[in-house]
Every structure is written in C-alpha cells, then in structure tokens.
Design a protein. Structure first.
Length: 405
C-alpha cells in the first residue's frame, strides 16, 4: 500500500548531555496510524539536540525510502528543532547547522513540523532507548516482528520477560538517576477515568461520596465499554479492577470488570475531591457566588474547595490508597477506575513532580493512563514511571492527547 500522507515521529537523547546518545524515528500512515517503518540507533557521544536532529534526519530518510512522493508531517517534542525547521528560530549553533541543512535537503516540499508533548512521542523515545540499551540497531519495516503494533496493549504495557526480570521501562530522561536500585517485578496501574455524566457534559463540579453523585449517561457507558474492549487483550494479566466507590466510577468499573472477567474491588482513597458547597455548580456559578473562595482555592493547594477538601488533603488520601493497592497487588497489573483529581495526583507522584503539576494536566473521560511502580531495595520504597497518559481507543472519535508506553 502506498501512503499519500505520512507522519514522522522522531526523538533523541543523551545520557549525560553530552554523553552516549541515540535517536528513534517512526514512520506512520497519516490516515490509519499504521506503522510503516521505524529506526533506532546510537550515534556515539553527543548532546540531546544533536540526537534529536539525528532522529529527524532518520525519519525523513524513512519517508523518502518507504513513502516517496507522500506529504510529510513531522512531530517532535523538541521545541528547538520544530521552531528551527519551521524557520521561526535562527540556527546559530555550529553543530546544528549542518544537521539542519541535511534535514532540509531530505524534507519534501510542503513538509510541516508540529510540536507535541513528550507523552505523545513515546514510540520514538522508546526506540532511542532500545538503541542505547543495545536492544536494537537500524531500520525495521512493517511485517518484521520487531515493529510494534501500537494498538496491541499487551505489547505496550510490559513484556512478561521484562516483568519477570524486573527490568524498568527505559527513559532517556530517567536514566540520569539510574534504575540500578530497582529490583523485582513492577506493580502496574492501568488508570481509567470514568465516563461522562450529565455533570461532565455541563462542566459542573462533581465531587466524591458527599456529592450529588450522578451516574453515567448512555454516552458515558458507551465510552467505558469501548475502553474496556480496548483493554480486553490484557485480561489475563489483570489481577483485579479497583474502583473508587463513587457511583460514576463504580458503574464504569462494573463494565470493565465484566469485559475483563476480573473481580471488582473498592478503594475509597481514590474517590474524587469533595467540593462542598460548590458541588453541582458550574465554574461560572461558583465565581458569581464565591469569587474570593474560588480565587483562594486556585491560588493554594491547602485551601478546601467550597468547604470540602484541599488538594493536599486529597493527595494524602490518594497516596494512602495507592500504598494499599501496591501492597495488596505487588508485582501485578491492576485496572484502577477513578477521577480527574486522583489520577492527576497519582501521575504527579509517580514522576516526582510537585503537586501543583495537576493544574497542567488534562484528562478525557474514559481515557487510559498507565503508571508502573518498581520496588527499591530493602527499604520498601517504590520508584514510579509514567508509561502512558490520557490515551483513548483507536477510532473513538474523541480528540485527546495520546501517548504510548
């Protein structure tokens, strides 16, 4: 099949900056998202920027070889490369100039460059890390067993061999801290946000157990079932479905547990934030009635929302729930059905980000986020890794920021 339009996803990184460096590049059909070819290789000692440009060049070569004549969109999480190749930033560094010139020569007329968040560039990042770890070198094309079918969640979440060996997922950014302390199989949480309710559609504050507690709408049920069917290939690996006891999450979890054929458990620590007097109101309605309280809440992690809970209070509750789940399901994969605030809190904790990072994340209803936690030594500590964020089933018809792990 000849693609008329393709997407190049590229990345690169250095463990040391400068240090041992590698790039990753993947070529996809723009219409179907099918992987056409991918490349990952080391480039010796280099900086992050050199590695990123090397990934771009590798991706453009894949396009020239496997999709000649196709229109090309390049997607990278390097703002520098995207802005320089788009002509908006000057290329002053002498190491970048010849690489940019080579990339411009390879790029067909009309090539566009798009910046994407790091979470949406996980495939290329994985290829670069595999190259650095000696797991790959060079080009593979569709049909070769090394090419990842990204719709296969079994392949994406964790290989049995890696889990048994306790090998953590490689990440160029995390290598600086090193994974050598991690031993034992990871505990993986497949976090699913509940489907939409009437409050979701109307953008109303909808809290936890003390809230008006609306149930799923028909649309919400359809969303969750689509996500459950997408996760179905993972069923044999899933130990249990763990739900917040709030009605909308419980209803979502019942669908997931039915499709996956796994027991349904509850964890109250994963309930949504309590919004107190604001529950059931829109943001505009709260601003009209309690602007001072809203400003104070938005400006502090310690101020309760409408007399309910603060972000700090929710964090304490959520992390206590996390500890219980990690202890009870150690070394297994668990599907956790929860809400926006708890899921964001878990992500911030896993990547060791400050709690106010929750203000810079967005989660789509029925989306999937994946976190793995690796045991560290004899002290009982755990090191987190975000493997996927805010992903939706292919063909869901909902626009969202997609990531792959």
């Amino acid at each position: 099949m000849t693609s008329r339009s393709v997407v190049v996803e590229a990345d690169g990184g250095s463990r040391g900056n400068p240090g041992p460096a590698a790039y990753g590049a993947v070529l996809k059909d723009a219409d179907t998202g099918a992987v056409i070819a991918e490349d990952g290789a080391t480039i010796g000692r280099a900086t992050n920027n050199v590695a990123e440009y090397s990934g771009l060049i590798a991706g453009l070569r894949l396009a020239a070889e496997h999709a000649p004549g196709a229109t090309v969109e390049v997607r990278m999480d390097s703002k520098l490369v995207v802005e320089q190749m788009s002509g908006r930033w000057k290329i002053k560094h002498p190491d970048m100039q010849p690489l940019a010139a080579e990339a411009k020569q390879l790029a067909p007329a009309g090539t566009t460059y798009t910046w994407v968040p790091r979470a949406r560039n996980g495939h290329a990042d994985r290829l670069a890390n595999e190259a650095l770890d000696g797991l790959r070198s060079g080009v593979t094309v569709a049909g070769d067993r090394e090419v990842l079918d990204e719709d296969s969640l079994i392949e994406e979440i964790e290989s049995p061999e890696a889990a048994a060996a306790g090998d953590p997922p490689a990440s160029i950014q995390s290598q600086a801290r090193g994974w050598s302390a991690g031993t034992g199989a990871p505990t993986t949480l497949v976090l699913v946000r509940h489907g939409v309710t009437a409050h979701t559609k109307e953008k109303r504050f909808s809290g936890g157990l003390a809230s008006a507690n609306p149930g799923l709408s028909d649309e919400g049920r359809a969303q969750v079932r689509s996500t459950a069917e997408w996760l179905a290939p993972l069923a044999e690996r899933v130990d249990a479905v763990v739900a917040s006891p709030v009605r909308r999450t419980r209803e979502s979890a019942e669908i997931l547990a039915e499709v996956l054929g796994r027991p349904l458990l509850e964890e109250p620590g994963f309930a949504e934030m309590e919004f107190g007097a604001w529950d059931g109101l829109t943001f505009a309605e709260v601003a009209e009635r309690d602007q001072a309280g809203l400003d104070a809440w938005l400006g502090s992690l310690d101020v309760p929302a409408g007399g309910g809970e603060s972000f700090r209070t929710v964090e304490e509750r959520v992390l206590a729930g996390l500890d219980r789940v990690l202890t009870e399901h150690a070394g297994r994969t668990v599907v956790v059905v929860s809400h926006v605030t708890p899921i964001k809190t878990l992500v911030a904790h896993a990547v060791d980000a400050p709690l106010d990072a929750v203000f810079r994340m967005e989660l789509t209803p029925a989306s999937v986020t994946v976190l793995s936690f690796f045991p560290e030594g004899e002290g009982g500590g755990r090191r987190g890794s975000m493997r996927l964020f805010n992903a939706l089933p292919p063909g869901s018809g909902v626009v969202a920021d997609l990531g792959r792990w």
